[in-house]
Design a binder for this molecule. Structure first.
Ligand code: AMP
Ligand code: ZN
Length: 458
């Protein structure tokens, strides 16, 4: 079955057809590095990782670009308040540059612990100031900008379809506009360039044709995605919170410069929530990956938990669900490790698994197929080879996990004990029968002078 994906722009599930056959350009909004990523953020990256793996499964070579927001993301999405980086710097008593470095490194370590594939390219906002200035200059030339006392703004009234991605209700927005606009002309207008406040030196600031300052948050993604993927590429992703503001603004800017909506597909991961509330970095009240590993949970168990919910449904986090994910992963690892290599994958199961993931990444249903394989009466080597065929999409590192010599499943221990008894009673037929059953489950028995030795099949 051919790959179909849900596109937020059209609000439909539609076939994914690469713009350039065999290649897929994928841009994912990355972290704002003023603090650790929380497990909600990480859920979105797991969804994007699975998307990438499924694109590869379908024969596409993926060019995957992820940005690092290290400047310009203000505390309020309405272009007010302090820059999050400068705030993080004050809180930690280190420079904004040190903060960015520290949390970028922490982010990459979470990334690898979750077995997320390395992007083709990471790009930092502060390494692309020139591209952002060029972009704004073109928007200015095309007549989409105006200046206020504190910056250069994008005039959203110039586009009839501004906010289409979010199906923005313009009439409702105007009616409910009690927010202080300052010098902004419309509620939805947003900053392209902010001036450094007079008489203050910001840690992160640059000269521009409009004055010393720093870029607004949205322009970095339009500028860097266009630079590395072109102004019309396959898929742009982020969390669902980006639909209304950040991605609507990226589209507005790109439309005004290139006349495209940037990406053919816009895909959004739904939130991980904590006790019905959304988890937020800015409230400072959140769980990190390390908060889970400190409780003895494997990062890949968190990955498994994310895989068990469809990316377009909310996932309510609690520790019981995480413990259940850890238990399921442990069972899977033990079963897998007890199976011998050298088999051939079962084509029907592989086709069913692929059909599920191709149906808008229905990984929960694909996991159900996986468990059917585990519990099936297929020869164990076939089960292993079949699960091997799923692994490039699931990324659970099953083959890297080694069965500890003492971790023998209880039912295997019982069978081995019965076999020992049969041998002691010189019931050779029964002893051979039990040895054979153990062999089909991936275990071998060697008889020695001091009794039998049980081990996974070589
Ligand atoms: P940020 O570091 O805040 O810029 O966000 C990084 C990514 O995490 C973005 O794609 C956000 O949309 C996404 N995100 C933020 N909060 C959550 C959450 N609670 N659950 C899932 N994704 C989230
Ligand atoms: Zn972005």
């Amino acid at each position: 079955m051919a790959l179909v994906l849900y596109d937020t722009w059209s609000r439909t599930v539609r076939p994914f057809i690469a713009l350039q056959p065999g290649h897929a350009g994928l841009y994912c909004c990355g972290p704002t590095v003023y603090d650790h990523a929380h497990i909600g953020n990480l859920r979105t990256y797991v969804f994007e990782d699975v998307l990438r793996r499924v694109l590869v499964l379908n024969g596409h070579e993926v060019r995957h670009v992820v940005n690092i927001t290290d400047v310009g993301h203000l505390v309020s999405d309405a272009d007010e308040g302090e820059d999050k980086m400068e705030k993080g710097s004050r809180r930690a008593g280190a420079s904004a540059w040190e903060i960015a470095e520290r949390y970028t490194r922490a982010f990459m370590s979470d990334w690898h612990a979750l077995n997320l594939l390395e992007p083709t390219l990471w790009c930092r906002a502060t390494d692309h100031i020139a591209e952002q200035i060029d972009f704004i200059a073109e928007l200015e030339q095309n007549g989409y900008t105006y200046r206020t006392n504190d910056g250069v703004y994008f005039d959203t009234s110039r586009q009839d379809d501004y906010g289409y991605l979010a199906r923005l209700d313009h009439a409702g927005l105007q009616a409910g506009k009690r927010v202080a606009l300052g010098e902004k002309r419309h509620v939805t207008d947003f900053a392209l360039w902010k001036f450094s406040p007079p008489d203050t030196t910001r840690q992160m600031e640059w000269d521009s044709p409009w004055g010393r300052g720093f870029p607004g948050w949205h322009i970095e993604c339009s500028a860097m995605s266009a630079r590395y993927l072109g102004s019309w590429f396959d898929i742009h992703c982020g969390g669902e919170d980006h639909i209304a503001v950040h991605h609507s603004n990226e589209i507005a800017q790109t439309q005004a410069r290139y006349g495209t909506r940037l990406a053919n597909f816009w895909m959004h991961g739904h939130f991980l929530t904590l006790d019905a509330a959304k988890m937020s970095k800015s409230s400072g009240d959140f769980l990190r990956l390390q908060s889970l590993t400190e409780r003895g949970v494997d990062p890949l168990a968190y990955r498994y938990l994310c895989l068990s919910a469809h990316y377009r449904s909310k996932l309510r986090f609690n520790h019981e669900a995480l413990d259940a994910a850890q238990a399921a992963l442990d069972r899977l690892r033990k079963a897998y490790a007890s199976w011998p290599a050298g088999g051939t994958a079962d084509a029907d199961y592989v086709a069913r698994f692929n059909a599920e993931v191709n149906q808008d990444l229905n990984v929960p249903r694909a996991l159900a197929v996986l468990w059917e394989v585990v519990r099936s009466d297929l020869p164990v080597a076939t089960r292993r080879a079949t699960v091997d065929a799923f692994e490039p999409v699931l990324g659970l590192r099953l083959a890297q996990w080694r069965l500890d010599a003492f971790e023998i499943p209880a039912d295997v221990t019982t069978l081995a004990q019965e076999r020992e008894k049969a041998r002691a009673a010189k019931d050779w037929a029964e002893a051979d029968r039990l040895r054979e059953i153990l062999r089909t489950q991936g275990w071998q028995i060697k008889d020695g002078a001091d009794g039998q030795q049980l081990s996974p099949l070589d």
